[in-house]
Ligand binder design. Structure first.
Ligand code: HEM
Length: 550
């Protein structure tokens, strides 16, 4: 039969089959290994036999596979850049439209936040930066994308979670399931619960102050020490105690190392979510070590009743608010989430705030004056009762979060499956399109904030009517709705209030006890050069010298 076909007919059949394979992948996004291997291995192998009578075994198979894959890849490429693609009318550079691999290569150095900003500057408020992905820099789209009537989470979360059924809170794509799971989290961060965490926070903030006082006159990496603090505190908060990095002056448990090594690989899965479907059973492909560590801590925590109301108390239903206790594995994964979500985020923002203050001595002095007013010498700077009255402190924190949001490129969303798509402000987002609001670009857009690239805490006081805008200055532009460092809507950051309180207390306590200056000979611009967008900002060093004030 194969021998009856001419070479041309055989090639024609191979080409048509490859086009059919593209149509199947496009229509069903199949991942099942058997189907995928049939379409990408067995089918081209079988089709190659049509060429063997004409070309011999080796050449026939080589030509069959080549024609099949060249046709398949050409068809995919042409479709993705064609006017028939649903995102064809959205602008963007050519290569990312063809494959996400280009985007990964482009931003593998960690500069995704700057690259997307550059694309927005070049192409406008909506940019196509992947075959099926857009980034938006338009504050009017924040609510339709992230709000209650917005879109569910995008497939990046499935990629990060290795397509398991056991999701962390942040990975739930279905809004109803997410809402259910979020209930104990909301209880864990309400005002009453937050009061329970205050002594834990005070204890860890004091420890950091003591550790820095003990190193006065020496060069210390403030970013690293703040990181020690946030991990120690989250360990207390989540598991009722874990690490003692500040006391030990290092990461003896290797927890940091484990978390950070996971960040780079997770970034690849964010961009190519289907990849983890195939790599999930490969040992070491996921963050198995972190999971094992979290399980170990959870087991320990399960084996004792609560001594304080930590996060576990709520997630494990020790408060008895839910009819049924959650399965243990859900508590385990959410414990790991809290540890990671609450540590690197807060530490990166706090370090960036110190970086900004140290680069702008006028703002440092003004904050120092406010700290000294509310917490004069002898006053307990761990007592949170004055924090809410410190307007400049609040302005400094808001401004730090504006310039250096911990999640600079936003959290992915996608239209609900089966809806066909969603209208987002002026843009129609077809189903299957991953979408993000690019917080970094929105926060630095002159349409929403005057002097967008400047560290200018005064803007928040002017906006609140607490300070006049200097006459003769340019018109004051300030859109608080464009400020979303904690994201927005039903999946926004559940730990927002905790993070804010942590930042307030730490800034006040350290500035009460210490003066901080940049280390001699260190180029402060290096701080921004070292920042890497790995979903959460990964930061470099902030070498400073501290001196006791008393
Ligand atoms: C300055 C510090 C922080 C910043 C800037 C920040 C920012 C964010 C952002 C942007 C998201 C993504 C929300 C979305 O998908 O739309 C998020 C989610 C989350 N954050 Fe934070 N975060 C901070 C601190 C914390 C802390 C201290 C915790 C405490 C455990 C925490 C726990 C979480 C959790 C559990 C989620 C997932 C919420 C959900 O999916 O419902 N974060 N955070």
């Amino acid at each position: 039969m194969a021998g009856d076909l001419s070479t041309r007919d055989a090639l024609g059949i191979i080409v048509v089959s490859a086009l059919g394979t593209h149509a199947i992948f496009k229509r069903w996004e199949i991942k099942h290994i058997l189907v995928v291997s049939t379409l990408l291995l067995f089918l081209p192998a079988a089709l190659s036999t049509l060429l063997i009578p004409h070309l011999g075994s080796f050449k026939g198979i080589a030509a069959g596979f080549s024609v099949y894959f060249i046709t398949l890849l050409s068809s995919i490429t042409l479709y993705r850049i064609s006017p028939f693609h649903p995102l064809a009318h959205y602008p963007g550079p050519l290569l990312p439209k063809i494959s996400k691999i280009y985007h990964i290569a482009k931003v593998s150095s960690g500069k995704q936040h700057l690259y997307l900003q550059e694309l927005h500057n070049q192409y406008g408020d909506i940019v196509r930066f992947g075959p099926n992905e857009v980034s938006i820099r338009d504050a009017s789209c924040i609510m339709p994308v992230l709000g209650a009537q917005g879109m569910p989470k995008g497939p990046m979360w499935q990629g990060r979670h290795f397509w398991t059924e056991v999701h962390t809170l942040i990975g739930f794509r279905g809004p109803k399931a997410h809402q259910r799971r979020r209930r104990p989290w909301n209880r864990a961060f309400n005002t009453a619960a937050m009061k329970e965490y205050t002594p834990l926070m005070q204890n860890r903030v004091r420890e950091l102050g003591d550790a820095l006082v003990a190193r006065q006159g020496q060069v210390v990496d403030l970013a690293e020490w703040i990181g020690f603090f946030t991990y120690d505190f989250m360990g207390d908060m989540v598991f009722g105690g874990w690490t003692n990095m500040v006391r030990e002056g290092g990461d003896r448990e290797r927890l940091w190392e484990v978390v950070k090594s996971g960040l780079k690989i997770e970034f690849i899965y964010d961009n190519i979510p289907w990849l983890s479907y195939y790599t999930r059973n490969i040992p070491g492909a996921g963050n198995a070590e972190l999971r094992a560590m979290a399980i170990g801590q959870t087991e320990k925590r399960y084996s004792r009743t609560s001594t304080s109301k930590d996060l576990f108390y709520y997630l494990g239903n020790e408060d008895g608010a839910e009819k049924e206790d959650p399965p243990k594995h859900t508590v385990v994964v959410d414990g790991g989430l809290a540890l990671v979500a609450g540590s690197d985020t807060t530490s990166s923002v706090l370090s960036s705030i110190f970086y900004c203050l140290l680069r702008h001595p006028d703002t440092y002095d003004r904050l120092q004056a406010e700290v000294d007013k509310f917490y004069p010498p002898g006053e307990d700077s761990l007592d949170p009762s004055h924090l809410s009255d410190m307007n400049y402190l609040e302005a400094v924190i808001s401004e730090g979060l504006r310039l250096f949001p911990a999640v600079p490129s936003g959290s992915q969303r996608a239209p609900e499956i089966g809806t066909g798509g969603k209208l987002v402000g002026p843009y129609y987002i077809p189903e299957g399109t991953q979408t993000r609001i690019h917080f970094w670009s929105v926060h630095r857009d002159p349409r929403y904030f005057s002097r967008p690239e400047a560290f200018w805490p005064d803007r928040w006081l002017i906006a609140e009517g607490l300070q006049a805008h200097a006459a003769g200055d340019e018109p004051f532009v300030h859109n608080p709705n464009a400020w979303t460092p904690f994201s927005f809507g039903p999946s926004n950051c559940v730990g927002k209030n905790l993070a804010l309180q942590e930042m307030r207390m730490l800034l006040v306590h350290l500035m009460h006890r210490l003066t901080v200056r940049l280390a001699d000979g260190w180029d402060p611009a290096q701080y921004e050069r070292d920042m890497e967008d790995r979903f959460v900002f990964s930061i470099g060093r902030l070498p400073v010298v501290v001196e006791r004030r008393d």
